[in-house]
Design a protein around this ligand. Structure first.
Ligand code: ADP
Ligand code: MG
Length: 323
């Protein structure tokens, strides 16, 4: 199943020079290093995943999600896979280099910005998710939408565009057969059904309570569905516009505290016009957050619907600078 025939007999060190001194980033599984192609000089990112931390199945899931995205033409706001290696104690993914760092660091350094500035970035994330959720027979899910996995292509003010990274928890609907460009839909559906009964979503390190939807807490074994990504994006929009997490306003909540708040159906979102953290928000921004952080996944805004929300299109997003 590990495809990419071109890479099979080559060693990574024959193809790339690796810069070990200044890692680009690190997550629960992977360390991401800057590498350059020996022949072309092209600079790319190398995600190195220790086999001690990730099984072959985990690695294949991430790689297949990335391969499928490429097969469907890729997306301007999703970080693309170039090739992969399986060598010694590590799996390696060679990815587009994303040079602007994580989006939140940029917002913090950049200082004051308006809803309209935020709306442009939010629109880019929504378009990436709309593409992803619509691949093949729908229901391709990122499943780990959080600030660390939203990067910017550049740090230049207002020029950086969003790059969605980290498909390590992605829900893949089926495996791509290298020799066959036609995906077998029956096969995909039966795999999908099979996935629901398994416990592969448990203990993957990708379960991030702060961004988990109510339905994910209800059944941690269930295969994730697109609305879970949209809930996570709702939490991110809230943070972008208020500077605080909706369920951890003091910054001291434990995972259990957050779970209790998310699952407590009666607790209203801290979103009203009198609330100190959301007083400055436009009514339209409040409406968007409420529609994304809607408890019922069937009623929650989809990525496609979100792209038509007037705040996301920029029509109603305030241009006042937020402090
Ligand atoms: P994990 O699965 O361990 O969370 P990620 O794929 O999220 O690993 O990568 C870890 C971190 O590395 C990210 O949060 C980000 O800061 C950085 N990173 C990921 N991909 C790239 C890339 N293509 N270019 C530059 N930095 C990246
Ligand atoms: Mg990550």
């Amino acid at each position: 199943i590990l495809s990419s025939k071109a890479t099979q007999n080559r060693k990574l060190s024959d193809v790339y020079d690796v810069n070990f001194d200044t890692p680009l980033g690190e997550g629960a599984f992977g360390k991401v290093l800057l590498v350059s192609h020996k022949q072309t000089g092209e600079r790319v990112a190398m995600k190195r995943i220790p086999k001690k931390l990730a099984s072959r199945e985990d690695f294949q899931r991430e790689m297949e999600a990335l391969l499928r995205i490429q097969k469907w033409g890729g997306h301007p706001h999703i970080c693309a896979l170039h090739e992969h290696f399986d060598e010694g104690g590590y799996y390696y993914l060679i990815l587009d280099l994303v040079e602007g760092g994580e989006m939140f660091d940029h917002l913090v350094n950049h200082g004051a910005y308006s809803e309209a500035d935020a709306a442009r970035l939010v629109r880019e994330v929504a378009s990436a998710l709309d593409f992803l959720h619509g691949i093949g027979v729908e229901e391709q899910v990122h499943n780990d939408v959080k600030p660390e996995n939203l990067m910017l292509s550049s740090t230049a003010q207002r020029c950086g565009s969003i790059q969605l990274v980290d498909f390590g928890c992605a829900e893949v609907e089926g495996e791509d057969d290298d020799d066959d460009d036609h995906l077998d839909l029956d096969d995909i559906f039966s795999r999908k059904r099979g996935a629901k009964g398994s416990n592969k979503h448990v203990g993957q390190g990708g379960f991030t309570p702060a961004y988990s939807s109510p339905e994910a807490f209800e059944d941690r074994n269930a295969a994730p569905l697109p609305p879970s990504d949209m809930w996570a994006l709702g939490v991110i929009v809230y943070i972008m516009l208020t500077g605080v997490h909706p369920f951890d306003i003091q910054g001291r909540a434990t995972d259990e505290d957050i779970e209790r708040e998310v699952r407590n159906c009666d607790a209203p979102l801290p979103l009203g016009p009198k609330h100190p953290f959301t007083r400055h928000l436009s009514p339209s921004a409040r409406d968007l957050i409420a529609s994304l952080m809607e408890r019922d996944p069937k009623k929650r805004l989809s990525a496609f619907e979100m792209l038509h929300h007037p705040w996301v299109t920029g029509e109603t997003a305030s241009t006042n600078i937020m402090i």
